[in-house]
Design a protein around this ligand. Sequence first.
Ligand code: PEP
Length: 251
Amino acid sequence: MSRRPYIAGNWKMNKTGFEAEDFVFALLPQIAGDDIAEVVICAPFTALSNVIDSSRGTRIKVAAQNMHEAESGAFTGEVSAGMLRDIDVRAVVLGHSERRQYFNETDEALAAKVVVALENDLEPILCVGETDAQREANETEAVLKTQVETALANVPAEKLGDVVIAYEPVWAIGTGKTATNELAQEACAFIRSLLDPGAADKVRILYGGSMKPENAAELLAQPDIDGGLIGGASLKADDFAALVAAGDAAA
Ligand code: PEP
């Protein structure tokens, strides 16, 4: 694989600042060897500074789990890209299915967010994926096409390679039901086929949905799967270290 593997842990609404630091201190010695895969921790807003300060100078990159597309203004409860950069956040998850499902995140808002993230030097991790009902109705490709093409519509061609896309079938998130290697590969290859040919080879496409140390190597061996976005199994330092090792081995 010529693309650098990308292993991202999505903590969701878990861990206080103190717990986040504990995690980093437990993880660092276990991932100190090979700096092959990129290691990303997507922490809740309140723990971002803890992860940043306790991992400075290491291979850990810190990501937020959402941001608002406006620079500033009357958006109570929201955080802007500039605010994230101000504390040295370097990436941001956009369009996670939980945000689409519970917080009305739309493809149109995502189209603005992706561009604003790139303008602020934040690496967007754009999440896409079909629900169980959509897969049953044979709508998977149509759903992925709309989600990818709408969210990336305003990205300048020369910036497309900086976007990371996570294919996360909604039915596999937090359910313990992992997509088969073949199904995950097929969807990731389809997503790559939607991208501008000039950048398609550069874009990292991750699989997310009950990835864990036991199934990571096989998923990461698929030609169009460049890494993982991992929820549950990223909460324990030992499990996440094993996933990083699988990413290192997949290069
Ligand atoms: C996620 O939150 O993006 C995710 C894939 O969760 P889990 O690994 O727990 O399925």
